[in-house]
Every structure is written in C-alpha cells, then in structure tokens.
Design a protein around this ligand. Structure first.
Ligand code: HEC
Length: 108
C-alpha cells in the first residue's frame, strides 16, 4: 500500500473546496452590498426626507417618529393630514416609500 497516493488527492480536494467556498462567499457579499432592500431604501429616504425634523438618529424618538415603526400606513396618513407640517412630503413619499421608511424604523 502506498499511502502517499491516497492522501495527496484528498488534500487537493480539500483545498479546492476551500477556494470555492471563499469565492462563493465573495460573490454573495458583493450581491448583498449591491442589492437594494426595503431597509436600505428606507435608510436613504429617512436621511433625505425626515431627518431634518426628526433628527439623524431615529432611536431618539424625536417628535414621535417611532410611531412609524413598521407602520407605513400611519406615515402616509400623517403626511396626508399635514400633521406637524409634513404635508409637503406627499409628492415624494407615497405608499412604497412610506413602507420602506417604516421597515427602516422597525430596526429601532
Ligand atoms: C418639516 C418637519 C418634518 C419633516 C421633514 C418630517 N416630519 Fe414627521 N413630524 C413633524 C412634527 C412637527 C411632528 C409632530 C406632530 C404632532 O405631534 O402634532 C411629526 C410627527 C411624525 C410622526 C408621529 C405622528 C403621530 O401620529 O404622532 C411620524 C410617524 C412622522 N412624523 C413621520 C415622519 C416621516 C416618516 C418623515 C419623512 C418622510 C417625516 N415625519 C418628516 C415634523 C416633520
């Protein structure tokens, strides 16, 4: 029996698995960075449309912002009712945007 011949191919196989694993991980993380999610869209929308009054950090709950947590319908409603002078946002914040912001707020 020649043990060398049995062991070398096994080791190569292991290395190949590790390389493929690394490559797969890189592809997956690239996709994750590039992909838009409700939370990533909501983060950007919050910063551009809400932070000026509610503050950069929603965790502080300024002006009851956390009432909009996971509640896009409430966000739409208060904008429609011009609560706190938010009515001017109705042109840019519609159901889809409100849902994204609500998803982002859900993280606080
Ligand atoms: C021009 C300033 C301003 C901007 C910009 C603004 N808000 Fe407000 N918002 C207010 C004020 C003021 C209140 C408190 C109103 C009150 O209690 O009568 C408020 C209240 C709220 C509430 C609580 C409503 C309730 O029923 O108590 C939510 C939720 C909310 N805003 C979400 C948002 C979101 C989401 C955005 C961005 C799309 C946003 N606001 C942008 C001023 C603003």
């Amino acid at each position: 029996m020649n043990h060398q011949h049995l062991h070398i191919p096994e080791r190569r196989q292991g290395l190949k698995t590790i390389c493929l694993g690394l490559l797969g991980g890189m592809v997956l993380s690239t996709l994750a960075i590039g992909a838009e999610t409700p939370v990533s869209r909501g983060t950007a929308l919050y910063a551009s449309a809400c932070a000026s009054c509610h503050g950069a950090n929603p965790a502080l709950g300024q002006l009851n912002i956390l009432k909009g947590r996971k509640d896009g319908a409430l966000i739409l409603k208060v904008i429609k009712e011009n609560k706190g002078g938010m009515g001017y946002l109705s042109g840019s914040i519609q159901a889809a945007q409100a849902a994204d912001i609500a998803a982002y707020l859900g993280g606080f």
